[in-house]
Design a protein around this ligand. Sequence first.
Ligand SMILES: Cc1cc2nc3c(=O)[nH]c(=O)nc-3n(C[C@H](O)[C@H](O)[C@H](O)COP(=O)(O)OP(=O)(O)OC[C@H]3O[C@@H](n4cnc5c(N)ncnc54)[C@H](O)[C@@H]3O)c2cc1C
Length: 376
Amino acid sequence: MKTKVLVLGAGFGGLELSSILSEELGNDLDLTLIDKNDSFFFGFSKFDVMFGRKTADAVRIQYRNIVKPGVTFKQEAVTAIDPAAKRVTTDKAVYEADVLVIALGADYDISHTPGLAEGGNEFYSFAGVEKLREVLPTFKKGRVLVGVTSTPFKCPPAPSEAALLTHDYLLERGIRSECEISLVMPFGIPIPPSPETSKALLRAFSERGISFVPDRLVRSLDASRRVAVLDDGSEMPYDLFLGIPKHRVPQVVADSGLTEDGWIPVDTKTLKTKFENVYAVGDVNSVGTPKAGVFAEGAARTVAAQIIAQARSTDQPAGYRGVGACYIEFGAQRVGKVEVEFLAGPPTGTYTEASEELVKDKVLFGSTRRTKWFGL
Ligand SMILES: Cc1cc2nc3c(=O)[nH]c(=O)nc-3n(C[C@H](O)[C@H](O)[C@H](O)COP(=O)(O)OP(=O)(O)OC[C@H]3O[C@@H](n4cnc5c(N)ncnc54)[C@H](O)[C@@H]3O)c2cc1C
């Protein structure tokens, strides 16, 4: 009998899961992968679009390339999820399955931060970076403020990367000396689980004259005065605000009754929700890892192993450990790497010094996923 699986969301988690199940179960699989978009893009490619290095079209990978045994891709918007019945409604159809995997990621709530829409920019959504691509070339001098507005947020190194890449961008345009760059972060150090990575980032900020404001969030922007108000009531003037907006689950997930405190709780070893044969992987859950593609991938591998074991009636695999390695853009054509394990005691990280060699590793990271997920 075929294993009938429904995967909601074709991002890092959904694509990894579908690829592994197809490779392992082939035609014994009946998997439907649903996403409202026609294409995928890597989170880090937003920097390429924002700084005008690549066009939006160049970083999009079309889902129509997915041709895998046992997998059918549907471009549809999920409008309702009934986890008890494992029934999902989209704008075009109703689906039922033996196993349901929710991998719908995190959405943004721009309106949560007063003044952000009118007086600032955000570089976390595709629309945000496409706008910034037009805005950045018009910026000639003044104060750039990179600020986090809420926790949790995707890819904790991304705000630091944005500050460093903005430095390079302004330098290339010959206007760096006319500008100041500040970074407001809710942590005491840039990457709390890895003091070594944080030290390297703080050194890079200091070498480039980027000021790091720890333990603070940006609560609101006063667009008329061009001032950011922080969570302790202090104010920071800015001329260009590059924000990280509040994150939330997609509305359809909030409506499903699966969330607690805003995210889907799961068993940390299995990624199972409280409903039988319903899993949640990636940014949409609250498993205790950062919201990053590499962790969504790791969670998907753990779920895939369980579905395969169930299909073959073999022993259940070892549990999820929350291990991931993130590449960090340091600018000046160098990339560093931090590897962290989150779920086997206090998180501990290992840092690999930024180098040109790691730039190639990061390119390889992208190309191996393109091949595995899209056959390109
Ligand atoms: C600037 C930036 C840089 C980043 N850099 C990195 C990095 O270097 N390394 C890293 O690991 N991570 C990075 N990330 C984070 C990474 O992109 C996310 O954490 C990752 O994509 C999460 O994977 P996911 O599968 O949980 O969700 P996603 O990849 O977000 O996928 C969710 C999918 O669900 C779909 N969806 C949502 N709602 C619906 C609906 N109602 N109906 C149908 N489909 C729906 C969406 O279209 C989307 O395709 C970065 C993020 C940003 C913003």
